[in-house]
Write a protein that binds this ligand. Sequence first.
Ligand code: SAM
Length: 249
Amino acid sequence: MRATSNLYESPDLLGEYMLFHYGSAADLMPWPAGPSEAVGFPVRTVSELIDPATLGEGAHGLDVGCAVGRSTIELTSHCSRVKGIDFSDSFIRAAKELLQKGSLSYRFREEGDSFRSATATVSPAEGSKAEFEVGDACDLPSGLGSFDVVHAANLLCRLPDPRLFLDRLSTLVKPGGQLLLTTPFTWLEEFTPRDHWLGSGDSEDALGRILEPSFAREHRKEIPFVIREHRRKFQYSVSLGSRWRRLQT
Ligand SMILES: C[S@@+](CC[C@H](N)C(=O)[O-])C[C@H]1O[C@@H](n2cnc3c(N)ncnc32)[C@H](O)[C@@H]1O
Protein backbone atom coordinates (compact mmCIF):
# COMPACT_ATOMS: atom_id res chain seq x y z
CA MET A 1 0.00 0.00 0.00
CA ARG A 2 1.53 3.28 -1.14
CA ALA A 3 1.13 6.47 0.86
CA THR A 4 -1.66 8.65 -0.51
CA SER A 5 -1.83 11.65 1.81
CA ASN A 6 0.40 13.31 4.32
CA LEU A 7 -0.75 15.10 7.44
CA TYR A 8 2.76 16.63 7.71
CA GLU A 9 2.04 19.54 5.36
CA SER A 10 0.56 22.23 7.64
CA PRO A 11 2.41 25.47 8.52
CA ASP A 12 1.97 24.63 12.23
CA LEU A 13 3.75 21.29 11.83
CA LEU A 14 6.50 22.91 9.77
CA GLY A 15 7.16 25.33 12.65
CA GLU A 16 7.04 22.51 15.23
CA TYR A 17 9.48 20.39 13.24
CA MET A 18 11.89 23.26 12.45
CA LEU A 19 12.05 23.93 16.20
CA PHE A 20 12.30 20.20 17.03
CA HIS A 21 15.20 19.79 14.59
CA TYR A 22 17.08 23.11 14.69
CA GLY A 23 15.84 25.01 17.76
CA SER A 24 17.91 25.78 20.84
CA ALA A 25 17.40 23.60 23.93
CA ALA A 26 16.04 26.67 25.75
CA ASP A 27 13.39 27.34 23.07
CA LEU A 28 12.39 23.70 22.72
CA MET A 29 12.04 23.09 26.47
CA PRO A 30 11.94 26.44 28.35
CA TRP A 31 11.06 24.91 31.75
CA PRO A 32 13.77 23.83 34.22
CA ALA A 33 11.41 21.07 35.43
CA GLY A 34 11.07 19.68 31.87
CA PRO A 35 12.90 16.64 30.47
CA SER A 36 16.21 18.17 29.36
CA GLU A 37 17.49 14.72 28.33
CA ALA A 38 14.81 14.62 25.61
CA VAL A 39 16.07 17.58 23.52
CA GLY A 40 18.34 17.17 20.50
CA PHE A 41 16.53 14.04 19.29
CA PRO A 42 17.36 14.27 15.54
CA VAL A 43 21.06 14.50 16.42
CA ARG A 44 20.92 11.68 18.99
CA THR A 45 19.17 9.18 16.67
CA VAL A 46 22.41 9.33 14.71
CA SER A 47 25.08 9.95 17.36
CA GLU A 48 23.75 7.40 19.89
CA LEU A 49 23.23 4.61 17.34
CA ILE A 50 25.89 4.89 14.63
CA ASP A 51 29.10 2.85 14.60
CA PRO A 52 31.57 5.33 13.02
CA ALA A 53 34.48 2.86 13.21
CA THR A 54 33.05 0.68 10.45
CA LEU A 55 32.25 3.50 8.04
CA GLY A 56 35.06 4.07 5.57
CA GLU A 57 36.03 7.19 3.64
CA GLY A 58 33.40 8.03 1.06
CA ALA A 59 30.51 6.32 2.87
CA HIS A 60 27.05 7.05 1.47
CA GLY A 61 24.03 7.59 3.73
CA LEU A 62 20.26 7.63 3.32
CA ASP A 63 17.75 9.20 5.74
CA VAL A 64 14.16 8.06 5.05
CA GLY A 65 11.35 10.14 6.59
CA CYS A 66 13.91 12.91 7.15
CA ALA A 67 11.30 15.67 7.73
CA VAL A 68 13.20 19.02 7.69
CA GLY A 69 16.54 17.26 7.66
CA ARG A 70 18.53 17.64 10.91
CA SER A 71 19.48 13.93 11.06
CA THR A 72 20.47 14.02 7.38
CA ILE A 73 22.85 16.89 8.24
CA GLU A 74 24.16 14.96 11.25
CA LEU A 75 24.96 11.98 9.01
CA THR A 76 27.22 14.23 6.89
CA SER A 77 29.76 14.09 9.79
CA HIS A 78 30.19 10.38 8.97
CA CYS A 79 29.50 10.22 5.22
CA SER A 80 30.72 11.99 2.11
CA ARG A 81 27.20 12.08 0.66
CA VAL A 82 23.77 11.79 2.33
CA LYS A 83 20.32 11.78 0.74
CA GLY A 84 17.24 12.74 2.78
CA ILE A 85 13.83 11.59 1.53
CA ASP A 86 10.42 12.57 2.90
CA PHE A 87 6.81 12.42 1.69
CA SER A 88 6.06 16.02 2.78
CA ASP A 89 6.57 18.66 0.07
CA SER A 90 6.61 21.42 2.66
CA PHE A 91 9.31 19.74 4.81
CA ILE A 92 11.52 19.01 1.78
CA ARG A 93 11.06 22.55 0.43
CA ALA A 94 12.25 23.94 3.78
CA ALA A 95 15.21 21.52 3.93
CA LYS A 96 16.28 22.44 0.38
CA GLU A 97 15.98 26.18 1.06
CA LEU A 98 18.06 25.79 4.23
CA LEU A 99 20.81 24.02 2.26
CA GLN A 100 20.72 26.56 -0.54
CA LYS A 101 20.83 29.68 1.66
CA GLY A 102 22.70 28.29 4.68
CA SER A 103 20.01 29.67 6.99
CA LEU A 104 16.23 29.72 7.22
CA SER A 105 13.91 31.66 9.53
CA TYR A 106 10.91 29.93 10.96
CA ARG A 107 8.29 30.71 13.56
CA PHE A 108 7.00 28.67 16.44
CA ARG A 109 3.97 29.07 18.66
CA GLU A 110 4.14 30.80 22.03
CA GLU A 111 0.43 30.85 22.89
CA GLY A 112 -2.78 31.28 20.86
CA ASP A 113 -1.89 33.24 17.73
CA SER A 114 1.34 34.60 19.16
CA PHE A 115 4.56 33.27 17.60
CA ARG A 116 8.32 33.73 18.02
CA SER A 117 10.96 33.58 15.31
CA ALA A 118 14.23 31.72 15.15
CA THR A 119 16.78 30.90 12.46
CA ALA A 120 18.10 27.47 11.51
CA THR A 121 21.63 27.30 10.12
CA VAL A 122 23.70 24.71 8.25
CA SER A 123 27.41 25.14 7.53
CA PRO A 124 28.62 25.11 3.90
CA ALA A 125 30.67 21.95 4.64
CA GLU A 126 27.58 20.10 5.89
CA GLY A 127 25.33 21.50 3.17
CA SER A 128 27.66 20.45 0.36
CA LYS A 129 27.31 16.77 1.32
CA ALA A 130 23.50 16.66 1.70
CA GLU A 131 20.62 16.53 -0.75
CA PHE A 132 16.87 16.25 -0.26
CA GLU A 133 14.02 14.88 -2.34
CA VAL A 134 10.34 14.05 -1.97
CA GLY A 135 9.66 10.32 -1.97
CA ASP A 136 7.50 7.54 -0.54
CA ALA A 137 9.18 5.08 1.84
CA CYS A 138 6.67 2.44 0.71
CA ASP A 139 7.50 2.95 -2.96
CA LEU A 140 11.13 4.07 -3.20
CA PRO A 141 12.60 4.41 -6.70
CA SER A 142 14.08 1.14 -7.99
CA GLY A 143 17.30 2.91 -9.03
CA LEU A 144 17.94 4.47 -5.61
CA GLY A 145 21.01 2.28 -5.04
CA SER A 146 22.42 0.90 -1.81
CA PHE A 147 23.99 2.69 1.14
CA ASP A 148 26.59 2.20 3.88
CA VAL A 149 24.19 3.61 6.46
CA VAL A 150 20.40 3.96 6.35
CA HIS A 151 18.61 5.97 9.05
CA ALA A 152 14.84 6.01 9.64
CA ALA A 153 13.63 7.77 12.79
CA ASN A 154 10.00 7.71 13.95
CA LEU A 155 8.87 6.66 10.49
CA LEU A 156 7.56 3.07 10.78
CA CYS A 157 4.33 3.90 12.62
CA ARG A 158 3.55 6.74 10.20
CA LEU A 159 3.48 4.42 7.15
CA PRO A 160 0.35 2.81 5.64
CA ASP A 161 2.31 -0.46 5.22
CA PRO A 162 5.58 -0.54 7.22
CA ARG A 163 6.38 -4.06 5.87
CA LEU A 164 6.85 -2.61 2.38
CA PHE A 165 9.62 -0.35 3.70
CA LEU A 166 11.15 -3.00 5.98
CA ASP A 167 11.25 -5.56 3.16
CA ARG A 168 13.12 -3.06 0.96
CA LEU A 169 15.88 -2.52 3.55
CA SER A 170 17.88 -5.65 2.69
CA THR A 171 18.62 -4.13 -0.73
CA LEU A 172 18.95 -0.52 0.50
CA VAL A 173 21.69 -1.33 3.04
CA LYS A 174 24.94 -2.67 1.58
CA PRO A 175 26.26 -5.99 2.97
CA GLY A 176 28.20 -5.02 6.12
CA GLY A 177 26.37 -1.68 6.28
CA GLN A 178 24.32 -0.24 9.13
CA LEU A 179 20.62 0.37 9.66
CA LEU A 180 19.73 2.94 12.36
CA LEU A 181 16.07 2.60 13.32
CA THR A 182 14.12 4.57 15.90
CA THR A 183 10.43 4.06 16.63
CA PRO A 184 7.99 4.67 19.49
CA PHE A 185 5.50 2.15 17.95
CA THR A 186 2.70 4.74 18.20
CA TRP A 187 0.23 2.76 16.10
CA LEU A 188 -2.73 4.87 14.95
CA GLU A 189 -5.32 3.83 12.37
CA GLU A 190 -5.20 7.31 10.79
CA PHE A 191 -1.70 6.41 9.55
CA THR A 192 -1.53 2.58 9.54
CA PRO A 193 -4.57 0.30 9.12
CA ARG A 194 -4.85 -2.07 12.09
CA ASP A 195 -3.95 -5.14 10.02
CA HIS A 196 -0.63 -3.53 9.04
CA TRP A 197 0.56 -2.75 12.58
CA LEU A 198 3.72 -4.77 13.23
CA GLY A 199 2.34 -5.83 16.59
CA SER A 200 0.33 -4.71 19.59
CA GLY A 201 2.45 -5.06 22.72
CA ASP A 202 4.95 -7.25 20.86
CA SER A 203 6.11 -4.88 18.07
CA GLU A 204 9.79 -5.08 19.05
CA ASP A 205 9.78 -8.89 18.66
CA ALA A 206 7.88 -8.63 15.38
CA LEU A 207 10.43 -6.10 14.08
CA GLY A 208 13.25 -8.54 14.93
CA ARG A 209 11.49 -11.42 13.12
CA ILE A 210 11.14 -9.29 9.98
CA LEU A 211 14.72 -7.98 9.95
CA GLU A 212 16.65 -10.99 11.25
CA PRO A 213 16.93 -12.97 8.02
CA SER A 214 19.09 -10.15 6.61
CA PHE A 215 20.30 -8.18 9.67
CA ALA A 216 21.81 -8.80 13.10
CA ARG A 217 20.93 -6.39 15.92
CA GLU A 218 24.07 -4.86 17.46
CA HIS A 219 22.78 -2.13 19.73
CA ARG A 220 19.54 -1.14 21.44
CA LYS A 221 18.77 2.04 23.35
CA GLU A 222 15.77 3.97 24.67
CA ILE A 223 15.79 7.43 23.06
CA PRO A 224 13.41 9.99 24.63
CA PHE A 225 12.21 13.03 22.72
CA VAL A 226 10.10 16.10 23.27
CA ILE A 227 8.13 18.06 20.68
CA ARG A 228 6.91 21.51 21.69
CA GLU A 229 3.36 22.45 20.64
CA HIS A 230 3.41 25.79 22.46
CA ARG A 231 5.18 27.33 25.42
CA ARG A 232 3.17 25.29 27.92
CA LYS A 233 2.33 22.12 25.95
CA PHE A 234 4.69 19.34 24.87
CA GLN A 235 4.61 15.78 23.57
CA TYR A 236 7.02 13.50 25.48
CA SER A 237 7.76 10.04 24.04
CA VAL A 238 10.41 7.35 24.35
CA SER A 239 11.47 5.73 21.10
CA LEU A 240 13.20 2.40 20.79
CA GLY A 241 16.51 2.98 19.01
CA SER A 242 18.44 0.13 17.43
CA ARG A 243 21.41 -0.47 15.13
CA TRP A 244 21.31 -3.44 12.78
CA ARG A 245 24.21 -4.84 10.72
CA ARG A 246 23.40 -6.06 7.22
CA LEU A 247 24.64 -9.64 6.98
CA GLN A 248 27.20 -10.39 4.27
CA THR A 249 25.08 -13.14 2.67
C1 SAM B 1 7.12 11.46 13.10
S1 SAM B 1 7.90 12.27 11.76
C2 SAM B 1 9.63 11.88 12.01
C3 SAM B 1 10.55 12.81 11.27
C4 SAM B 1 12.04 12.70 11.58
N1 SAM B 1 12.63 11.48 11.14
C5 SAM B 1 12.26 12.88 13.05
O1 SAM B 1 12.67 11.92 13.72
O2 SAM B 1 12.02 13.99 13.54
C6 SAM B 1 7.46 11.22 10.41
C7 SAM B 1 7.98 11.71 9.06
O3 SAM B 1 7.72 10.73 8.08
C8 SAM B 1 7.26 11.37 6.91
N2 SAM B 1 6.47 10.40 6.16
C9 SAM B 1 5.20 9.99 6.40
N3 SAM B 1 4.86 9.06 5.48
C10 SAM B 1 5.93 8.89 4.67
C11 SAM B 1 6.19 8.07 3.54
N4 SAM B 1 5.26 7.25 3.04
N5 SAM B 1 7.39 8.15 2.95
C12 SAM B 1 8.36 8.99 3.43
N6 SAM B 1 8.16 9.79 4.49
C13 SAM B 1 6.97 9.74 5.10
C14 SAM B 1 6.47 12.57 7.40
O4 SAM B 1 6.33 13.55 6.39
C15 SAM B 1 7.34 13.01 8.57
O5 SAM B 1 8.35 13.88 8.15
